[in-house]
Design a protein around this ligand. Structure first.
Ligand SMILES: N[C@H](CCC[C@H](N)C(=O)O)C(=O)O
Length: 256
């Protein structure tokens, strides 16, 4: 099978994007893993299929780099919105369905604003918090984030008794002055540190709001700058938006 693919990146979280509106593409777990392989394939943290869905502008189907169907990916969602605008499917606004439900998004001043699911509950753990922002996220506040071994520490938590069956993404967040955060993330399904995780920084911003952080929260990640805006509602959050750039890197062809 000959495939035309696009490569996108959002703050360094990178994706292979395939237009499957004709429904001609079906990929095995091995084929997705091959396309995401950085040495033997195209190379990406994840792969997305753009599909049609009645009642929506499009459907987002997301796979992790290991080839398994993933849960919601915030940076991937932002990249897919940029892709559908590039393909002429939408102009500046989109309404789509992903694994965690419907999402609204719009483009403004070159940034993609993606509405994330409402978050009802943040679970308090002994030294961290845990929540689902479309994907599961463990959030641990640290100091000296730059010196942390995110791979080793993240991996230990991801494979701990509580999380080893389902897995979790693991975020380490440093609280900086002036309402700013710095975040590094170990991603499930990539099983490594990535340069950015959209659902992860969303979780970090919501967790930080409990220490007085106010919307919008600017967040530095290894691959750039993101923002998260939100409204508090009781112990939960609504109107949560992930805001940042999404860039087409190249288009290519590959034979499977
Ligand atoms: N990079 C993604 C998260 C992917 C989710 C995945 N790693 C999982 O939970 O299995 C993001 O920007 O939100």
């Amino acid at each position: 099978m000959d495939l035309t693919f696009y490569k996108y990146q959002g703050t360094g979280n990178d994706f292979v994007v395939l237009d499957n509106r004709s429904q001609e593409i079906t990929l095995t777990q091995e084929q997705v893993a091959f396309l995401c392989d950085r040495r033997k394939g195209v190379g990406a943290d994840g792969l997305m299929l753009l599909q049609n869905k009645e009642g929506y502008d499009f459907e987002m189907v997301y796979y992790n780099a290991d080839g398994r169907v993933g849960s919601m990916c915030g940076n991937g969602g932002r990249c897919l919105v940029a892709f559908v605008q590039f393909m002429g499917v939408v102009e500046n606004e989109a309404y789509f369905i992903a694994s965690d439900g419907p999402h609204k998004a719009y483009l403004k001043d070159g940034l993609v604003h993606l509405q994330m699911k409402d978050v009802d509950a943040i679970e308090d753990l002994e030294e961290a918090t845990f929540m689902n922002t479309g994907s599961p996220h463990y959030v641990k506040q640290v100091e000296a984030l730059a010196d942390l071994n995110v791979f080793a520490e993240g991996r230990a938590i991801r494979y701990s008794d509580r999380f080893k069956a389902e897995g979790t993404n693991v975020n380490f967040v440093e609280h900086l002055p002036q309402n700013k955060l710095s975040v590094r993330t170990y991603e499930r399904g990539v099983e490594d540190e990535t340069f950015s995780c959209g659902t992860g920084v969303t979780a970090c911003a919501l967790a930080a709001s409990r220490s007085g952080y106010e919307s919008p929260v600017p967040i530095s990640v290894l691959g750039g700058e993101l923002q998260v805006s939100f409204e508090k509602e009781g112990s939960g959050f609504k109107n949560v938006f992930l805001i940042g750039p999404a860039v087409q890197v190249f288009k290519g062809e590959i034979t499977l």
